[in-house]
Design a protein around this ligand. Structure first.
Ligand code: UN1
Length: 529
């Protein structure tokens, strides 16, 4: 639709696939997901918005996969009205009944684990095991949300007044807007929607403009479950488009919470705009994550973790390791082994949809341009390209995994997040120095220390340790589980999604005082007679 309200369903999405995708059995999963069509002509479907016709481009080939018509800002406003209309019905269901719907969504996702994973590989470009992993992440959070729907508890506090009950009750917010990024086109929406739904909110999702097919396929799975249960599809609506459509969500007072995942630059604007209308904001912005290897670390483990954290998802996770901080005594040895490991990765480059492939393309031309610009700037600033640094000569947006040394930790290029597989090598003498380097950036998402020294471990997780939201020991910076709260401090925005008590962000807190006596005592013993 890109603009869909599932209340008025939708015969077919307004999509046109290129002919080879319709006829090649390799792409049979499109049909399983309800996306494919026998007729490659442009559809006039009910899902269709009336905005711009955009192209979905395969990162693997650089070719157009499909054309999709986006929503307009007016249609986004309309979707908000529909979500608002659907809210009383949804919010009035008992929380465990909402949990039951989310359980069914999890089951449908289980059935579609592979096809949806394949679509993620096709349109986003990450390798199949990681694509399936992110659908699994959505399934995991559904399971978590189902349990939560019977567990999120308020509180009862001792009242200082006779015959008074002092309670805390959590209620849903209303309409929640979710703006997600291309790099986790399923899981991040999953974290937000599963929790927001059991909490009793209706949702409008704007996925990345470059992954519209994934947004449509995911929304179809959810809408199918909702409709089967007699619940309007507008409980979980989808809109697509660029900044103007996002803006419609951000500035509309009816959207109580805007959950935004993206760059620090855009997130700052979103945060300010939402705050200026006293809306709530949940920000998951850039990271500049460091992995520290101490001299007493298990180097074999540190190496394996560093390789996945640096080049997994082709360096396009918010949690990707961007700075490798090595103890002076092991630096040369570690760097040598890292280069060997990166070399072996080069032998496993290919179509992310194929089984043996470990390393896929960057997502887009824009990402490729950013990679090239960063390499150029690093070189101009005296950086040494230890490994990689070039575009790979094949169709699509492939680049070499890259290691750069010799730059100051304060260099502007090291301080910024480039969403690409580029890691900077820094060195240290003492663990205090390593912690200071870790904390020496604006962002504060993820961080790792490899050590077998228990004193240093506890220093690292303590008040004078890592200032990030995610603080790991002997595992890499990426690949967090859903059970903990996910998010970061400082310019990462301070939001927390997924596990722990993140659900509180999707609810409002009512402090309730009930006088069940016959007198009217005032707090603080005040007499007013
Ligand atoms: C993101 O990159 O936006 O911790 C999310 C991880 C994943 C989520 C990443 N579970 O790497």
């Amino acid at each position: 639709m890109l603009h869909l309200f599932f209340k008025k369903l939708i015969k077919s999405p307004n999509m046109q696939f290129t002919r080879n995708l319709v006829t090649d059995p390799k792409y049979g999963f499109l049909k399983q997901l309800g996306l494919s069509t026998e007729n490659p002509g442009l559809y006039d479907g009910r899902w269709g918005g009336t905005g711009k016709l955009i192209e979905s481009i395969s990162p693997t080939s650089g070719q157009v996969i499909a054309k999709v018509r986006e929503s307009t800002p007016e249609e986004a406003a309309n979707a908000i009205s529909e979500a608002q209309k659907a809210w009383p019905q949804w919010a009035s269901l008992p929380a465990p009944a909402r949990g039951e719907i989310v359980r069914q969504i999890g089951d449908e996702l289980r059935k579609n684990l592979k096809p949806l994973g394949q679509l993620v590989s096709l349109e986003m470009g990450k390798i199949l095991p990681e694509s399936i992993g992110e659908v699994q992440e959505y399934i995991d959070i559904c399971d978590y949300a189902v349990g939560l729907s019977r567990m999120f508890a308020g509180g009862i506090f001792p009242s200082e007044r006779k015959d008074h009950a002092l309670l805390e009750k959590w209620n849903p917010l209303g309409v929640v807007g979710v703006i997600s990024a291309f790099n986790f086109p399923v899981a991040v929406y999953g974290w937000n929607s599963a929790i927001a739904m059991v909490c009793g909110n209706t949702i409008i999702w704007k996925g990345a403009p470059s992954t519209p097919l994934i947004s449509i396929a995911t929304t179809k799975i959810i809408s199918g479950v909702l409709e089967k249960n007699g619940i309007p599809g507008s409980v979980a609506s989808l809109i697509t488009g660029g900044a103007d459509v996002g803006e419609a969500l951000v500035s509309d007072k009816r959207v109580s919470l805007v959950s935004f995942t993206g760059s620090t630059k855009v997130g700052k604007e979103v945060g300010l705009k939402v705050q200026s209308r006293f809306g709530k904001c949940l920000l998951e912005l850039g990271g500049n994550n460091a992995l520290i290897v101490a001299q007493d670390a298990n180097l074999e483990m540190a190496m394996r973790a560093a390789v996945f954290s640096c080049v997994g998802t082709t360096g396009q996770r918010c949690t990707t390791t961007r700075r490798l901080i090595l103890h002076k005594s092991i630096k040369t040895e570690f760097l040598g082994k890292l280069k060997t490991a990166f070399k072996s990765i080069l032998g496993r480059i290919g179509d992310p949809m194929e089984d043996s492939v470990l390393y896929g393309p960057l997502h887009s031309q824009q990402a490729l341009d950013a990679f090239k610009k960063t390499i150029k700037t690093a070189e101009e600033n005296g950086g040494t390209i230890e490994f990689g640094g070039k575009q790979i000569d094949r169709p699509g947006f492939y680049v070499e995994p890259t290691i750069i040394s010799g730059l100051s930790p304060d260099a502007a290029i090291v301080q910024q997040e480039t969403f690409a597989p580029i890691v900077y090598i820094l060195e240290f003498d003492s663990v205090e120095e390593a912690i200071a380097l870790n904390n020496n950036v604006e962002q504060g998402l993820s961080s790792s220390l490899f050590t077998n020294n228990i004193q240093n471990m506890f220093k690292w997780i303590g008040p004078l340790g890592s200032d990030c939201g995610i603080v790991n020991v002997n595992i890499g910076t990426s690949g967090a589980e859903i059970g903990g709260a996910f998010g970061g401090e400082k310019a990462t925005g301070g939001g927390r999604e997924s596990g722990s008590d993140s659900w509180k962000q999707y609810m409002r807190r009512s402090t309730v005082t009930i006088n069940h006596g016959t007198d009217l005592p005032l707090a603080q013993g005040i007499k007013f007679e």
